[in-house]
Design a protein around this ligand. Structure first.
Ligand code: SF4
Length: 568
């Protein structure tokens, strides 16, 4: 091949999408901000001082640690997003060998599909988007069974925007966007770069030699799928197509500011502890604490050595600036309540608002990852000649709460409460907070009223309050009785507030009006009168229904409610 052609191919392969060219530096900054460590140090994100030598700058770089907020924020999001595994309904694909193998090892590098999706979510969180490409080797197998025997099945690869240098979309007649060109760097070995170029018809593997400025095709295969099997996974969609919104866009800038202030802090402490010494050029200096400085005999006393006072920012003011920046990170990422960086206590409402905002953000991220996974399974089906009919469900509700604060509030409320009913409600909430299933606790009366009898001699249950009395007593507000109380179960003649049987014509101070209900059918006037009489004699639902054929529980409830309303 002519030298000029190799050079032309090299140049053509080096061309990139305008969005790639525009965002590349920013993506690199986001990547370094997320990975931290040596990548961050070598990128040199400290601002140069005037007249600072390279050696001094390098020394500052190695003395400045990075407090990595980008990683902390993303790890916080992931801990909520992937706390529970997504629910996958494979419909007719359930139990299929290729599906099971894909779930266990989706990238042929022993990574489970759940772990792959988590990684995809992490990188789309860093860059705003990530690409997933699915391929399937062609080893000449004819049937799916033969392919399985040969270990051939689709597998996925995750590509960050930094390696995808060019792509093109076209609208199909149906209005959908479809990729018609896709180019990415598969591998870099020193000065050799392996590039893959996909079109609807071909897949070319190029070798780029950066030393000789040459490029040649190492392998060309037919794209049997007829489409480019690539999915663009958004973190959160922005207004520019193909560019999502990174979770650490602003956090990374604030983190860089904190990094610079940390360096200032180190310099300030160093200057306070080891101030610069000004001496005449003829002075002989010793080293170490208490060292001796020798001046020439008869030298000008005005040239005596002195310490150069440090007039920079105080360490305290640098710390306070760092605290403000950390607060800003917490605020914009909605993680103040969950990253435990807050030094001041927010109000309960502020915390609730923050939790709601965080929950909404996580929900949007979950929707996007769910959409990406569905597209992955569709591609899998295309490769395997089957249609995807299943469904994927990622958690989209994240009930984030401050358990410690709620518990403290409940304990405070319990100490203040005197009413046993209120105490029971508080206990029920504590049980729920301890992650136990929500349940109704039995009513325990700390002050049981013993030895009381109804006029007919029946014992009044101890748990009913001291104020429990006949509804006709003059102290009782007219029209109120157990029969028309919210807590009364007419069919069972039972009070749910005090967990005890009661009589409809009695009353206590906890009476609450019953809410009006809609009844599908109501008994006629005669039947209603009979039911009401039977209720007053203390008959149970079953006894009433067997005495009055055709009467339902709903009739009894209606008759009881009517009786209560009329104060019968
Ligand atoms: S008035 Fe209500 S709360 Fe009081 S005992 Fe009767 S049903 Fe229970």
């Amino acid at each position: 091949m002519a030298q000029q052609e190799l050079l032309d191919d090299y140049r053509a392969l080096g061309s990139s999408h305008w969005l790639y060219t525009r965002n590349r530096d920013r993506w690199e900054f986001l990547l370094n901000s997320y990975t931290g460590g040596d990548d961050y140090r070598t990128a040199g994100y400290l601002t140069n001082y005037q007249l600072e030598t390279q050696g001094e700058y390098n020394a500052r770089l190695s003395n400045t640690p990075l407090d990595n907020h980008c990683q902390s924020v993303i790890a916080t999001y992931m801990s909520f997003l992937f706390r529970e595994e997504p629910e996958r309904d494979f419909a007719s694909w359930e139990g299929m060998v290729d599906v099971e193998e894909f779930l266990k090892d989706c990238d042929m590098e022993n990574r489970s599909f759940n772990s792959f999706m988590k990684q995809t979510s992490i990188w789309s969180s860093v860059f705003g988007t990530a690409w997933v490409i699915m391929t399937k080797p062609n080893l000449g197998a004819v049937t799916v069974a033969q392919e399985l025997e040969m270990g051939v099945r689709p597998y996925v690869n995750l590509l960050t925007p930094l390696v995808v240098s060019d792509w093109r979309w076209e609208r199909t007649p149906g209005g959908r966007y479809e990729l018609t060109y896709f180019k990415y760097v598969e591998e870099v070995i020193d000065k050799i770069t392996v590039v893959r170029e996909w079109t609807r018809d071909t897949i070319k593997t190029w070798i780029m030699d950066d030393t000789r400025k040459e490029a040649y095709v190492k392998m060309e295969e037919a794209n049997e799928l007829g489409l480019i099997p690539v999915i663009l996974v958004y973190n959160i969609r922005g207004i520019t197509k193909d560019i999502g919104i990174s979770d650490i866009n602003d956090v990374a800038d604030l983190q860089r500011q904190i990094y610079n202030l940390t360096s200032e802090n180190e310099q300030s402490i160093r200057m306070d502890g080891h101030p610069s010494l000004v001496v005449p050029p003829t002075a002989q200096l010793g080293s170490g604490a208490g060292a001796i400085i020798q001046l020439q005999e008869g030298s000008d006393p005005g040239l005596n050595p002195y310490y150069l006072e440090h007039g920079g920012n105080s360490v305290a003011s640098i710390h306070s600036s760092i605290d403000k920046l950390v607060e800003a990170i917490d605020r914009i990422s909605f993680t103040g309540g969950v990253r435990s960086t807050l030094k001041k206590v927010s109000s309960g409402i502020a915390m609730e608002v923050e939790f709601n905002l965080l929950s909404a953000k996580l929900s949007e991220k979950a929707d996007n990852i769910e959409l990406a996974e569905e597209q992955i399974w569709r591609l899998f089906g295309l490769y395997q000649g089957r249609a995807w009919e299943g469904s994927i469900e990622y958690p989209d509700s994240f009930s984030i709460r401050d358990d410690e604060r709620e518990f403290a509030q409940l304990v405070q409320a319990k100490n203040a409460a005197t009413d046993p009913v209120v105490l029971r409600i508080i206990d029920e909430q504590i049980v729920e907070l301890l992650d136990e299933e929500k349940q109704r606790l039995p009513f325990i009366d700390p002050n049981p009223q013993v030895g009381r009898l109804y006029p007919d001699g029946e014992i009044i249950p101890d748990s009913l309050p001291a104020a429990y009395q006949l509804a006709t007593n003059p102290d009782v507000p007219p029209g109120e009785n157990c029969g028309n109380c919210e807590y009364y179960k007419p069919g069972e003649l039972y009070c749910t507030k005090f967990d005890a049987p009661v009589r409809a014509v009695f009353w206590c101070a906890k009476w609450e009006p019953v809410e009006e209900e809609e009844y599908a059918s109501v008994p006629d006037a005669d039947t209603m009168k009979q039911i009401q009489d039977m209720i007053m004699t203390g008959m149970t639902n079953a006894e009433i229904m067997s005495a009055l054929p055709g009467v339902t529980v709903e009739h009894i409830v209606y008759a009881a409610a009517e009786a209560a309303r009329n104060n019968n």
